[in-house]
Structures are given as structure tokens and as C-alpha cells.
Design a protein around this ligand. Sequence first.
Ligand SMILES: Cc1cc2nc3c(=O)[nH]c(=O)nc-3n(C[C@H](O)[C@H](O)[C@H](O)COP(=O)(O)OP(=O)(O)OC[C@H]3O[C@@H](n4cnc5c(N)ncnc54)[C@H](O)[C@@H]3O)c2cc1C
Length: 509
Amino acid sequence: MQQTAINVVWLKRDLRWRDHAPLAAAAAAGLPVLVVYCFEPALLQHPDYTTRHWRFVYESLRELRVTLQQHGAELLVFQEEVVPVLNTLQQHFQLKNIFSHLEVGLELTFKRDKAVKQWCRANAVAWQEFGQDGVIRGQKHRRGWQAGLENHLQGPLIHYDPKRLQAPAIPAGLRSVADDSALPAVWRTPAANFQPGGESYAWRYLQSFFQERSRQYSKQLSKPALSRHSCSRLSPYLAYGNLSVRQVYQATLAQLQAGGDGFNLKNFKSRLYWRSHFLQKLESGHYLEHRAINPGLENLGRTQDEIRWQAFVQARTGYPMIDASLRCLAATGWVNFRMRAMLVSFATFTLWLDWKPVAQHLAGLFLDFEPGIHYAQIQMQAGLTGYNTLRVYNPNTQAEKHDPMGEFIHRWLPELRTVPAPWCHRPWQMTAIDEVFYQCAIGQDYPHPIVDFEQETRRHKDRYWAIRQSPEVRAALPELWRQFCMPGDVKKYQREEGRSAGEAAWSGG
Ligand SMILES: Cc1cc2nc3c(=O)[nH]c(=O)nc-3n(C[C@H](O)[C@H](O)[C@H](O)COP(=O)(O)OP(=O)(O)OC[C@H]3O[C@@H](n4cnc5c(N)ncnc54)[C@H](O)[C@@H]3O)c2cc1C
């Protein structure tokens, strides 16, 4: 019997129906269409991913399915690797084209894409990939890159008629394989403290940011408690493509044109450029997930000291700002940029822990885990580039400056709730009488500091600096700048490198 010829739209980190080039291409191509998502076992097992991510994906798919069905389209969800799913589909239909977005992901997804490419070749199926972040596949330099990004962000949003995504008749056997009621119940159970996935929530966050929350954006960006309301909180929606960066960019321009708050909105808009800039870094150097970007900084002698590691992962380091940030992350999946950077600098410079397990642990906690941003940021904050000015955040100073009344610390560390500021910033400085008065015994109710911050950080900075000045580290810089940095930034780095080495490269706080 002649099989029905169809096209497939393969969803990845693009879980929306608007401004969606693969859906538009399928609508234009004329054949019946199946929209497919695969929960891939290899990714499910990857240490960077945890239940919170898959719940968000599931919620996004659930909404997308309803939207697509309203237009006669079908979304099939598999819990299987992509190539076997394509084989299954091929048993029921004649696949003509696969349309998808290009994914900037882990090595695992990069290799999977290669396998899909091979499968397509072997089965005479055409596969067309579309960019969605202004990222250029395989680009090994930044010449002209910024202009390309501008073109992408300012380009027309993609429109199509969703009624043209008619699904073919789906055999019962195939439907039962793609039955998502078999997905883990924990994904299908909403989690109260987490941002829910889906396009409609994404737009709600965007609108409330423009209408109200953005007014305090720049002022409160670094405040651990207040930033929860005044930052856009769009990161998981961008990471899983509930919104495209172009939609957000153009909506911001429209706000600016309508007389929106220029200072805050421009500050916000600059982050959208950073996003693509960081994604391009991982695209240009997939090894960032595994190795120091600067080979001379690969062997710094950081260790996996079990006691320090356990204190970090259990959020019991004895430094309230560190522990509160980690517990907040565990409970909600989000802390602001400054707290993320502080966590990495504390783990890698103060505790001198190997950066890779730290990166994985935080990836699993960040609801918005985006490999491109995450690994490039970790490399910077852990001092693995050899050219960025390094910032080692002092958690005590951060607490005093950005949480002066201890609101954030009290919210996430109940054992310190009875301890007012300034003692809750440095509880180990309480006298025995204070401890009784505030009903908090250090070493019992809340731990002693795991290490002496000043002493350990100084020791590790010295150790690090001796290696960073080595000829091997410096010799790698020109090639790194060429591959990964914007031409304007390179000039700055060259100037800094020319200056006498030493404290110029450090920034405290
Ligand atoms: C060690 C470390 C790891 C990080 N890992 C991630 C990650 O996995 N996923 C992620 O989305 N962000 C990551 N960030 C960047 C940043 O902390 C978050 O994007 C931001 O806190 C998200 O909140 P928001 O959406 O309210 O941001 P807003 O300030 O409202 O910014 C809007 C958007 O711009 C982008 N953006 C903001 N800051 C940055 C930045 N510094 N670099 C690149 N893009 C940025 C994000 O897409 C964000 O949603 C990381 C930062 C550090 C220091």
C-alpha cells in the first residue's frame, strides 16, 4: 500500500507556535505535517538536566498541543531517541522533509544532530535547519557577526497560516507509542514555586515586565530578593523557546518607541545581545562544556574535596548569602546574575573546587539552564579564559550591600530567622550571649564557616595568578580573542594584557 507522504517538524528548544520558521516552512510545503518532540533518554540521564527542566518542557508542550489541535495539527510526544523515532515514523509514512531549529546545545545534542543528518542521508529525507538566536553554525571568528545578529533581531517576525499544518491520519499503533500519559507523573504535576512553562505564561511575564516590573530593573538587578520581581524572569521562556529572542527584542523596541522607560529598557535590551553572544561562544567551541577555554588554565590543581563539596551542595557552608542563594535555587530554580556569579567564584576560588561538578550542579538547579550561556559564564567566573577581569565576590559584603536587612537570608535560612541584621550576615561573629539571645547556636543550629573566606581566597588567588601569567596561558590569548570575542572587547583585553600584571586583573566586592 502506498504510504502517505508527510513532512515532520521536529521541536527542540523552540516550544512555541508563533515566529517559528520550521512550522512556517511546513505550512508552506503543502504536505500533511506531524509535529514531533522527543524526550531523549540520553538527555534525561545527563547530569545537567533534572526534573524541573522536563516539567517545564512538558508544560510547554501541553499548551502547544492544545494550540496546534485547534488548527487541525498534531503534536506527537515520544520518550525515545530521535533516530529510532524517525525509524518508527518511517514505518507508517513516507517522510519527505524534516524542519527544525538549529540547536546550540551540549556535545550530546551536537552528536545526535550528526546522527540525524546521517539518517536523513541514508533515507533520502531532506532536513532543513533554521537559526533562531542570531547564531552562526560553526563560525570560528566574530568578523561581521554583530551585523548579522542585528539583521536577525530586526528581521520580520514569521507568520504563517496554522490551518495549513493539517495532520495525516495517525495509525492507532503510532498514537499509543506517543501517548504522553505514560510520562513520569512528576513532570505532569505542577510545582508551586517554579515558573510554569508555556507560551501564554511567557507573554504574561513579558507584559507584566513592561507594564510594571521594569521600572526598578536596573536599580534592583543585583538585589537577591527584589530582583525576583524587577528582572524580566524571561530566562526559562527564552531557554526553551516559548518566546523567540526576536519577539522579545521587537516588543522591547515597540515599548521604547511608545515612550517606555528608556534607561531600564535599553539596559534590558543589551542582555538580549549578550545572550546571543554567549550562545555563539559554545557554538564556536563545543569543548567549553568539558575543558577550560584556555588550555593553560586546565590544570589549576582544584580538587573535589568531599567536605567542602558536601557543604556546598547541601547549602551548609556557614556563609549565609551562599547558603540562602543555594536554597533559593533549589526551591525556585532562579537567582539573579550576581548571586550566580558569586556562587561560582565562591566554589572555585574560595573552596577551590573543580569547576565541572560545580557547573553541573548549578545547571541542574537553574530552571533556565541554557548550555551556551551557562558554560561560557562558568568559564568566565571560574577564571578559565585568561583574559577577563576576574571578580571574586565576597559573600559577606554582598549580603551587607544587597540584603542589608537580611530579608533574603531570613526567607531562605529559617535557622537564622531570629538573628537580625547585621548578625545574620556574619553569624559567626556573634558572642555567646548573642547566640543565646537570638536563639541560634553556631555550630549547632547553623554551621561555622567551612573555611576562612579571606585567607583561603587570598591563597587561591595567588596560586591562580602564578599560572595565569604563564607563557602558555598568554600564548593562547590571540587565538581565543579571534574566535570568541567581539572586536571592541579585544582592544580592551589587549590593553589590559599590556599593563603590568597583577591586581589590575582583580576586582573585589
Ligand atoms: C554562572 C552563571 C550561569 C548562568 N547560566 C545561565 C543559564 O543557564 N541560562 C540563562 O538564561 N542565563 C544564565 N546566566 C545569565 C543570567 O544570570 C540569567 O540570564 C538571568 O539571571 C536570568 O534572569 P532574567 O530572565 O530575569 O534576566 P534579565 O536581566 O531580565 O535579562 C533578560 C534575558 O537576557 C539574557 N541574559 C541576561 N543576563 C545575561 C548574561 N549575563 N549573559 C547572557 N545572557 C543574559 C537572558 O536570556 C535573560 O532572560 C548565568 C549567569 C552566570 C553568572
